[in-house]
Structures are given as structure tokens and as C-alpha cells.
Design a binder for this molecule. Structure first.
Ligand code: AMP
Length: 284
């Protein structure tokens, strides 16, 4: 496995692998963009890419311009050496781990606006977040030119935003969404989980628990407003949690639903558990 921090070096490596490929049949590249502190959820994306592509790459970059909270950025776990060992074992072919200066020699002046897709949930509570995501993902696509890019459904709204980016800017690649990996107790794997205290970690599965119960209530015919009230009351009873939002939305458009839409209903939640902000969702 080769590790790059420089865009120029990565580009010449990819050019060489591509010219190799020209002698035989065309080789495909799968890219898994991450912010590092890797866990099994990330490795499942690597595995999905390996199953379909000749070459799999992982980018590791804690993208400062997608953080609207400086403390979250400062405390974001950084474990590059361990990440590279995991990726090597997982059969990843290359890692792109640029510094902020490698990634942004100049601060980007372009501003992206995803319209209604970002007026809700993560976009509403984290102003500028999807602008930062869109810019870094577009830069990665232009640096690597992958045939496929792999994203986790844990960040459902991000999948919608990246699809919009690819469509609007005519990137020639396929966006491949992958299911959320969970701990045995239901907690969605997340790099931020390692910031939870043992007490918070013990409470964390309640987030998935409340989503599951809300889903069951909606499937039994409970109204959206009642399900929302149920979720608010449930988490209010656990003082360590502070609910930021719980929304019932269309799983593609991200727009609020007034009633369940079979196959396209997403329940999305964001809550602070102590100092750590967690998100999760279920789609049915
Ligand atoms: P991050 O490093 O948190 O930016 O995540 C990088 C990619 O991994 C994103 O596409 C995430 O949606 C995905 N991801 C994060 N957690 C999980 C999980 N538990 N299961 C599947 N994919 C995940």
C-alpha cells in the first residue's frame, strides 16, 4: 500500500497505474473519502470498493472547512499510523493523507449551496458544513478521478448532497451508498464514539433504540407529530442527552414527510451526549 500526502505525487502514481492499465484492459478506481480514526464501518466501504474495482484508495483528511465548531475540529481523533495499518490489512492500494496546505494551497473562494437539500437537519444546524463537504469531495474527485466513490448511509444527508454535486457538475463516477455498521448494542460506529466516557458509552445505544421505537410507532399508524413528541420525551428523560433534531424525511429529497412513505421514509436524529455530537438514522 502506498501513502501520499502530496497531490502531485498521488497524481503521478495514478497516472502510472493508469498507463499500466492501458496496455491491458481499463482498470477501475474506487475511492473511499474519510476523516480517519478508522473503524469497521470505514473498512466495510473499503471492502465494497475492493469487490468492484481494480484499485481502491482511501483519503484521510480532517477537512477544516466542514467544521462549524472549532472545538469539534480540535478534538477530532487523529490516528494516521493506526489507520494506515488497518487499511494495509484491508487490502487498500493507496492512501491520500494530505495536510491542510496540500489540500488547500489557497483558501477556496467558491461557495456551494445545495438549496432545499441543506436547509434541513445537518445543513440547518451546521451552517457551511455542506459547502465544506462539497468542496473537499469535488477536489478529491478531481485529484483521483475515481470510477466509483463509496459513502456510508450513516451520513444520509451527505449522500444526497454528494449525489447532487455529481449530477450538477457532471462528475463521471458512480456514488455507491453503503449500509451503516453498528456495534452489537445498536450504536452506529463512529470516530466520535471514542470521545465518549464509559458512562456516556453505556447510554449511547439509546439513540438507535429511540429511532427503532419511533419507527415501530409510525408503522403502527402513529402520526408524525406524536412520534416526534415521543422521541423528545424519551431523550429528555436521560439528562446526559441533548436532542438537536429528530426529523421524519424523504430518504432521497431530505424534505419533511407528513406521513410514512413506504421504502422512502428516513428517521434522522442528532443529539449531544455529554460533549459529543452523535447522528444516526433508519430508512424504511
Ligand atoms: P467520516 O470519516 O466519519 O467522515 O466517514 C467517512 C465515510 O465513512 C462516510 O461516507 C461515512 O458515512 C462512512 N461511515 C461512517 N460511519 C459509518 C458506519 N458506522 N457504517 C458505515 N459507514 C460509515
Amino acid at each position: 500500500m502506498q501513502v501520499f500526502s502530496s497531490v502531485t505525487e498521488l497524481r503521478s502514481y495514478l497516472a502510472a497505474r493508469r498507463s499500466d492499465a492501458r496496455r491491458s484492459e481499463k482498470k477501475t478506481i474506487g475511492l473511499v473519502p474519510t476523516m480517519g480514526a478508522l473503524h469497521e464501518g470505514h473498512l466495510a466501504l473499503i471492502e465494497a470498493s475492493r469487490q468492484t474495482n481494480d484499485i481502491t484508495g482511501c483519503s484521510i483528511f480532517v477537512n477544516p472547512i466542514q467544521f462549524n465548531n472549532q472545538e469539534d475540529l480540535a478534538k477530532y481523533p487523529r490516528t494516521l499510523e493506526q489507520d494506515c495499518a488497518l487499511l494495509d490489512r484491508a487490502g487498500c492500494d493507496f492512501v491520500f493523507a494530505p495536510s491542510a496546505d496540500d489540500m488547500y494551497p489557497k483558501a477556496p473562494s467558491l461557495v456551494l449551496n445545495f438549496g432545499p437539500l441543506e436547509s434541513v437537519m445537518e445543513g440547518a444546524f451546521r451552517p457551511g458544513h455542506f459547502n465544506g463537504v462539497g468542496i473537499v469531495v469535488a477536489r478529491l474527485f478531481n485529484i483521483v478521478h475515481p470510477d466509483r466513490a463509496y459513502f456510508g448511509q450513516k451520513d444520509l444527508q451527505q449522500v444526497a448532497v454528494v449525489r447532487q454535486l455529481v449530477e450538477d457538475l457532471a462528475f463521471q463516477l458512480e456514488v455507491v451508498p453503503c449500509p451503516t455498521l453498528r456495534e452489537a448494542d445498536g450504536l452506529a460506529l463512529s470516530s466520535r464514539n471514542r470521545r465518549l466516557s464509559p458512562e456516556e458509552r453505556a447510554l449511547a445505544p439509546q439513540l438507535y433504540q429511540v429511532l427503532t421505537e419511533a419507527k415501530e410507532r409510525l408503522l403502527r399508524g402513529e402520526r408524525v407529530a406524536e412520534a416526534k413528541q415521543f422521541v423528545q420525551d424519551y431523550l429528555a428523560a436521560i439528562p446526559a442527552f441533548r436532542l438537536e433534531y429528530f426529523e421524519v424525511v424523504h430518504s432521497v429529497t431530505m424534505q419533511p414527510l407528513e406521513a410514512v412513505k413506504p421504502g422512502h421514509t428516513a428517521l434522522c436524529i442528532a443529539a449531544y451526549l455529554g460533549p459529543v455530537r452523535l447522528i444516526d438514522n433508519v430508512v424504511f
